[in-house]
Design a protein around this ligand. Sequence first.
Ligand code: ARG
Length: 470
Amino acid sequence: MAKQKSGSTNSPPKSWEKRLNGTPNRLMVDFVESLNIDKRLYKYDIAGSIAHAQMLTKRKMLTKSEFSKIKRGLLKIEREIADGRFKFDATYEDIHMAIEAALVKKIGSTAKKLHTGRSRNDQVATDLRLWLRDAADVLKSKIDVLQKALVTQAAKYTNDVMPAYTHLQRAQPIVVASYLLSFVEQLERDFIRLGNCQCLADISPLGAGAIAGSTLPLDRKFTAKELGFSDIAYNSIDAVGDRDFCAEFIFDCALIAVHLSRLAEDLIIFNSNEFGFVRIADSFCTSSSMMPQKRNADAVELIRGKTGRVFGALMAMLTVLKGLPTGYNRDLQEDKTHIFTAADTTSQCLDMAAAVVAHTTFDTKRIAAGIDAGFLDATSLAEYLVGKGIPFREAHGIVGRLVAQCEKQNQKLSDLNLTAFQKYSPAIKKDVYRFLGASNVAAKYVTEGAAGPKQATLQIAYWKKQLSKR
Ligand code: ARG
């Protein structure tokens, strides 16, 4: 840092500098600046400024030639930023001031009319809502890619039975396809949630000014329409202080992260030697610097781990908002760090999850070899007895005793002969064997949405059609 007298700066002039005595303290400049973070809003800031200038022209506060000059200047700045030619100077505090100062340099004093009837308070609220609209679209398209990867994989495994777990104990047989499709459902809710978030964020705060609107005849509906908003915010005080949409967006990301972390956890367990249900391709594994045999599922472990960042962002955002006095407060500048962290992390994890899913195979032979362990067919046997007129609670007791017996003798239910069965219930007949064994059971599921091959096939057809429409 260059030596400066008593910590003051030689910073370029600020739009508000006439109000304050002397130059700002260096510590202060560094502390309040957000340019390093909010520079990624430049496209939206420029779009908002062009719409605002156009409105000022319509309302005769700018001439047509002033408007053209402003617009041309802003578009040049946009190109410079996009090409990496723009010099960002953090002493300008934020992207709004940096662009305005650059415009003054480029086109002279006409640029000083741009901020007529506007405050950075309504400006940044507008930028953020525009950013969120695009960011949610990006996440939605990545969700879509992951859903398609899951459906493609599911279609390969409609008849391959695996155990389903509750309490991580073997529960009932399912087909691998149904397991995979369970994530497509979760992700569909995430997709819809992001759309809902976009709907609520779809109002323009522009023209709310600093907090109370303006005495100038601004046309708020015009700028709203220019920027593609479906309406305006109807209370200027709320318009500049509202960041609900930020918290909601991060929550949506947090729930996506929850879903991805559960998928990750499953794959980590399934990829272990103990389970050996899946093989994640080498290109998505790492090894150990010490143990040469290792194939670690680091990609999915990091998906699970990065959930922490997104949760952190949610908690931080809510904390920024809690107890803020009505109106704009500088605390709100912190919103960007958190929405960007949430969006970037979620986006990265969605990409990685889609890649891992596409590069994972289920070891159906190994799964089949162990499928008879754990009495996956016990519930089916109880339901068989219900079919023979036995009340479910009694049937449950009969099968419970049968299972305990088998466990002692290291047998499976289908190992028992009819005489052995009939000792427990005379209602059991020869047809019982059709209700035993994991594959038999899965094929017998009849309820809608069940985890058998018939339902999986229907669901795959549904999702293929549904996802092709997007
Ligand atoms: N950089 C600020 C933010 O992100 C912009 C608004 C600042 N407004 C103000 N009056 N200081 O929130």
